[in-house]
Design a binder for this molecule. Structure first.
Ligand code: SAH
Length: 345
């Protein structure tokens, strides 16, 4: 048996060529892509404006991979976590986060993760595979539909802060963002999309060169090399100097300020030297700091520092004219918060 081709792995031009080769009219490609991306249909038989002969040709030669909700969990704060089953049985998680003025979708970019951040639950899973662009796109579509259904509100923001390291699956991430932001897809502004990275300098330079329009967040957690390496071991190879230089390059090219995500743990990065190092690091490139709450993954080495330490951070950052906020965590009771996505289901 010949295996059918995943139709959404093709771009419109490639698909047009196939149509022509099989004596179908090339304009059909546009109609079909409209069904696939704009209307998100999962069966060729729903494409009601196509001739039967073409529908049969499509059904015989192509598949439309789709994602399914495997499990739903609702938090007391309104956050909803979805375990999503992919066509090959792997499960990833995505999260719908409702706040007063926003509906945010937090999406995954890989099954598991290849990095080994000590404080992150996803790191305990190995990286199984990258997600395809349509699998990322479909998470956004799914959350957008759920937002309408449960909150009667449109999706306003997208964050790549689910499972995986987006810049290690750059091609598919960018392709999904193109579809999310293009008129032939969801038509959302790329300014409402944040890609969060653990900080891969080579890739940060690449996205700067590619003139991307999304916003960038970097999971910093320490501006001291030894400390960062101890909690994010890949830092040994791509150290803070390299990271900083790549971020300066990003800023020169894009003029977009960077958000540093930062958790403060007792005995890890709660000393005055840690705060001073962060201030120094932030001064090298226009940036702001989000102090995020630690979400426990049951490791005694990591305990959230008290509010007084966070206040020290805020004070020293602000007195150096660096914007800093303390971000509340959402969906903790269902393990849907940052760093807690690990397929417990
Ligand atoms: N790999 C990407 C995106 C996924 S993680 C990245 O590292 O940015 C999204 C954010 O959650 C990152 O800032 C990450 O450092 C943070 N995070 C991971 N584990 C966490 C935990 N247990 N508590 C709070 N934040 C955590």
């Amino acid at each position: 048996m010949i295996s059918k081709k995943d139709i959404r792995s093709l771009n419109e031009q490639e698909f047009k060529d196939i149509l022509i080769l099989n004596s179908f009219k090339p304009f059909r490609a546009n109609q079909i892509f409209h069904w696939l991306w704009k209307k998100s249909v999962y069966s060729f038989y729903e494409m009601t404006n196509l001739p039967d002969r073409l529908i049969e040709f499509l059904d015989k030669n192509f598949i439309i991979n789709n994602i399914k909700i495997h499990k739903t969990q609702k938090s007391t704060d309104g956050t909803i976590k979805y375990a999503i089953e992919l066509h090959d049985g792997f499960i990833v998680e995505c999260v719908l986060i409702p706040t007063k003025n926003r509906i945010t979708a937090c999406v995954s970019s890989q099954v598991g993760c290849s990095l080994n951040c000590k404080f992150c639950a996803t790191a305990r899973l190995k990286r199984m595979r990258n997600l395809k662009a349509d699998e990322i796109y479909d998470q956004v579509v799914l959350i957008s539909k759920q937002a309408r259904e449960f909150f009667n509100k449109p999706l306003t923001n997208i964050v790549f802060m689910g499972m995986g390291e987006p810049l290690m699956n750059y091609k598919n991430v960018v392709k999904s963002i193109d579809k999310i932001s293009s008129k032939s897809g969801l038509g959302m502004s790329p300014k409402r999309i944040v890609v969060s990275t653990s900080g891969v300098p080579k890739m940060i330079r690449k996205i700067a060169d590619d003139n991307v329009k999304f916003k960038l967040a970097v999971s910093l957690h320490s501006a001291v090399n030894e400390v960062r390496t101890s909690i994010m071991p890949f830092n040994e190879k791509m150290n803070l100097d390299e990271l900083s230089e790549s971020l300066q390059y990003w800023y020169t090219k894009t003029k977009n300020i960077i958000t540093f995500e930062y958790v403060v743990w007792k005995g890890v990065n709660d000393k005055i030297e840690d705060i001073k190092a962060l201030v120094k690091f932030c001064k090298k490139v226009p940036s702001k700091v989000n102090l995020i709450q630690y979400n426990s993954i049951d490791d005694p080495n990591f305990v959230q520092a008290p509010k007084s330490i966070l206040d020290n951070y805020i004070q020293l950052l602000e007195s150096n004219k660096i914007k800093a906020t303390i971000r509340k965590s959402r969906g903790q009771d269902i393990d849907a918060a940052c760093g807690q996505l690990a397929n417990k289901s």
